[in-house]
Write a protein that binds this ligand. Sequence first.
Ligand code: ATP
Ligand code: MG
Length: 557
Amino acid sequence: MSSTSQTVASNFIRTIIDADLASGKHRSIVTRFPPEPNGYLHVGHAKSICLNFGLAKDYQGKCNLRFDDTNPEKESEEYAQSIQDDVHWLGFQWNGEVRWASDYFEQLYQYAVELIKQGKAYVDDLTPEQMREYRGTLTLAGKNSPYRERSVEENFNLFARMRTGEFADGSRVLRAKIDMASGNINLRDPAIYRIRRAHHMRTGDAWCIYPMYDYTHCISDALEGITHSLCTLEFEDHRPLYDWVLDNITIPCHPRQYEFSRLELHYTITSKRKLLQLVNERRVSGWDDPRMPTISGMRRRGYTPKGIREFARLIGISKSNNTVDMGVLESAIREDLETKAARVMAVINPLKVLITNFVAGQTESREAGFHPQHPEFGARIVPFDQEIWIEADDFSEAPPAGWQRLTVGGEVRLRYSYVMRCDEVIKDAAGNAVELRCSIDAETLGKNPVGRKVKGVIHWLSCAHALPAEIRLYDRLFTVPEPDADKEIDFCTYLNPDSLTTAQGWVETCVKGAAPETRYQFERLGYFCTDRRDHRPGKLVFNRTVTLKDSWAKEQG
Ligand code: ATP
Ligand code: MG
């Protein structure tokens, strides 16, 4: 699996599509992405988006965006809007207008009437508890409801009255009449309509009965002429119901459903319900908190659409377990940023250095390019003064063996500038280094020092010119690879208390006018992005997108 190859990796779905096009079964393909507008999309949805929209793009077909809006209480305009923004941001455009399952409510109703007229659906008065009891178990057949043999006329009449609001919520359901003894529980007379007096964001109070997901989904697919209906593996057992509905109504199109494995990412969760819990319990700042695995969170953190699409390509599509290490996602992002982000210097944990042999008040400026391989990115002036900031971690009084950074009596190269020696360390009462007294070798600007080798290069900033910045450092949201593996333990137990650290650091003057969502490499520190929400000209706020190397993998040995 070469990470640089851009060739399209094949998979079993492509094989099916190739065969369908070759045999003439389809002349072109139509896929769809069918989210429920009940939360923000996460990285698992990104996989599904890249698959559905990606196939349409590669095969010059079409991909619809259809909201499965059949659960009015949990759905909202805010969610629907965020989903559209996320799909666009990832680089995709749906075919025509956004579609809504609710656009088909009248047709769905008429198809239910058709099932009733054929004796293939009935109104059931069992209570939910009774219905559960009658359903049976995996090993035990279910039994027929006493209402199962109602006449067509009675069912037709009761269903019409369900619609007009004569009956209480939950008092009756319309069920498909299939087989209470089926080995597949989904075929044991599944409910296809329920009574629910809930205000719907699009249809308002026009309906008090709502169609169930399984019934709605296949008909919506057929009405839109979907050729390949792609969903995750948990729907495999629902496929016989998908086919049963379409086989038993008069509809000219019968899409085929294919299932692929869900994406699970280590050290995070991919369940909308649990992500909502994090938001509601204020464990994170919102759906777009940069630690969230949501598309909007990844965006705010500085991940790129191309990097996410490349990640989806790398993990591929199959039917086997798809648990992926975060390192795979991070390296796809890093690879994209490597050639895109301008490189500047920043100091996150500053330590002051006074250059004793440099004149106070004098500034010496050098030009430095924004990217070693991309001269077209341009250059800026890097000023040097008597006082500079360096990274506290780049100095050690008692360094370990092989230390190439600064120590008393040692030398380092200041990036784009002189070789500097540390002569003295000033400490506070507690013994912490608060300032270094250093001297530069004036003969080393753009030249190697004479008679000795200086290996270490460190970044730095002129105190007089640096701008203060808030720098937000992110770590894994959870401390264990599978926080929701154990049903008995609340996944919040495993939240990483150090997932966010806020530092007050310094950045180069040249980033002053950076718009929100501008990406940089801070040399030696990682990739950073100005925050979409909080960054503004008077208050610079950077999010660390990803470190330069996979420090996590190293720590893990
Ligand atoms: P969740 O369980 O997080 O609520 P969902 O499946 O209920 O997700 P939908 O809005 O119904 O959310 O999902 C829209 C599409 O995205 C579906 O086709 C679904 O199969 C797909 N999808 C959801 N989660 C994943 C995932 N982790 N990996 C791949 N595809 C996913
Ligand atoms: Mg779903």
